[in-house]
Write a protein that binds this ligand. Structure first.
Ligand code: AMP
Length: 495
């Protein structure tokens, strides 16, 4: 039987009715209960509606991880307007222009004020002074009911680490299905306090916010990004769960003093690969159970491992496909690969995006059977666990032979002293492309790394050069930015 999916504000309404006093959204200024959150959202939606916003109106919103941003986001969802979520570190106009094709939107929204007195700042494209809309918790103008979970609701942008940024169109139903599907595996409880420290213009951060409402737990939001500060917040606010990319957990594990983090119970890890040693280190230092997940802007969640599985199972792969999803591993010729055989990961699922803003790009990514071709390479083992082996677009073709950067990165990470590694292909007149590496290294000279690599990789996989860096350049969501790595290696080599 199909699960009935509702809009986010319907879940918020039910929560406010059933548990009005449940603290839902918090920051340093205190907590908003479910009832007060709903009142602010109703008030804000009324003000935005009176200002001309309607179902389907595109509204750019810099997506900081703050309570007022969450309220702004929910106000837009309450009306049925589409939140075009941009990285708060750049001007929204810049993000819209960097998208292929460039996007134009009629309204710009910003959130301000604090947790007790939130304010929305609304302007029309080209207008300088925004309209100030203070939210009130009573006496607001009612807004017509909105109940379409399948309509476009969010635009988020791909990181562009492998090319131009694309605008991905998600519905509220995409996020809600993901949450309902993952709930039995994720081990949520009403006493959970989640850390909201991820950018909300990324699916991982967005899923955390919507999860608080649909799965009913508290969300503590912070604009902090420094790992030592996040460790302090976890200890002070008694945080029990979080979502993060490996680099975030590793940075926190590096800063945490023995016994400092006591309450962190579990957390999803995904977005980029990890090694088994890193996985074990994070779990033991932060005293938590990591639950691997695999997802992407174009498909909120694809896989999940149960947090009750033994560590050996959890760290080895990214788990089975979610129950509501259908996954296929396809060979180059489009036929289905067998167990253990590598191919492209393709998924058809209620969490799959409605499409890209550009229909031509959608037609390239989603096939006639409705399967999204993820561009990721992997295989499914005999027990149904998905293992990712690399990305199609990252493949380096040397003298006509496909080389996997991920394999070379894993070999680098297995060398003593190598903390982080990114391998990219750079053009070469003779070979077509050659692998180059960038590493964060804390050992006694890179010559040891080169020796170690020569012992475990065939000659054609050895990097042409290894550049030492203090830190790898990262995307806004905390993954190695391969375009930036390529550029830095080019400059280094020229110099
Ligand atoms: P984004 O659209 O920024 O969320 O990036 C999605 C990409 O991140 C996927 O296509 C994968 O290449 C990568 N990714 C996501 N989850 C994992 C994971 N658990 N392990 C390795 N790579 C991942």
């Amino acid at each position: 039987m199909d699960t009935v999916i509702h809009t986010l504000c319907w879940y918020l309404h039910c929560l406010a009715l059933e548990k009005p006093c449940l603290p839902l959204l918090g920051d340093r200024g205190g907590w908003l209960t479910a009832e007060r959150t709903e009142s602010f959202v109703e008030a804000g939606a009324g003000l935005l509606y009176a200002s001309g916003l309607r179902p389907g109106t595109l509204v750019a919103l810099p997506a900081g991880h703050t309570v007022d941003t969450v309220l702004a986001l929910l106000c837009l969802q309450r009306i049925g307007a589409v939140a075009v979520l941009t990285d708060p570190r750049e001007e929204p106009e810049q993000a819209l222009a960097a998208c292929a094709p460039p996007l134009s939107v009629p309204f710009y929204l910003e959130a301000g004020g604090d947790v007790q007195r939130p304010v929305l700042l609304l302007s029309q494209a080209g207008q300088r002074a925004p309209l100030q809309l203070p939210l009130v918790s009573s006496g607001y103008t009612p807004v017509p009911a909105y109940d379409d979970p399948d309509a476009p609701a969010f635009y988020i942008f791909t990181s562009g680490s492998c090319g131009k940024r694309k605008a991905v169109v998600l519905s509220q139903g995409n996020l809600v299905s993901n949450l309902l599907d993952s709930a039995p595996l994720g081990g949520y409880s009403e006493d959970d306090i989640a850390l909201g420290a991820l950018p909300m213009d990324h699916v991982f951060g967005l899923a955390l916010l919507t999860g608080a409402i649909v799965l009913r737990h508290r969300l503590y939001l912070t604009a902090a990004t420094a790992p030592e500060e996040l460790v302090q917040i976890v200890a002070r606010e008694k945080i029990t769960r979080m979502n993060g990319v490996p680099s975030l957990y590793l940075a926190m594990a590096k800063k945490a003093r023995a016994g400092e983090v006591r309450t962190l119970r579990t957390g999803y890890i995904g977005g980029a690969p990890w090694t088994e040693e890193q996985f074990q280190r994070i779990e033991s230092v932060l005293g938590m159970t990591l639950v691997p997940v695999y997802g992407m802007s174009e498909c909120v969640g694809i896989s999940c491992a149960c947090h009750r599985s033994p560590q050996a199972v959890r760290m080895a792969g990214v788990g089975p496909f979610y129950p509501a999803g259908r996954g296929r591993i396809l060979r180059e010729d489009g036929t289905q690969a067998g167990p253990g055989e590598e191919g492209e990961v393709c998924v058809s699922s209620p969490m799959r995006m409605l499409g890209y803003h550009d229909p031509a790009l959608t037609a390239q990514a989603i096939d006639r059977d409705g399967f999204l071709h993820t561009g990721d390479l992997g295989y499914v083992d005999e027990s149904g666990i998905l293992h990712l082996t690399g990305r199609k677009k990252d493949i380096i073709i040397r003298n006509g032979v496909n080389l996997s950067p991920r394999r070379i990165e894993e070999a680098l990470l297995s060398q003593p002293g190598v903390r982080e590694a990114a391998v990219v292909g750079l053009p070469d007149d003779v070979c077509g492309e050659l692998p180059w590496a960038a590493v964060v290294y804390v050992g006694n000279g890179l010559s040891h790394v080169v020796e170690g690599l020569s012992a475990c990789l065939p000659r054609n996989e050895l990097p042409e050069g290894i550049m030492y860096m203090d830190a790898l350049p990262m995307t806004g969501s905390g993954k190695p930015d391969k375009q930036a790595v390529k550029e830095l290696i080019r400059q280094w080599w020229r110099a």
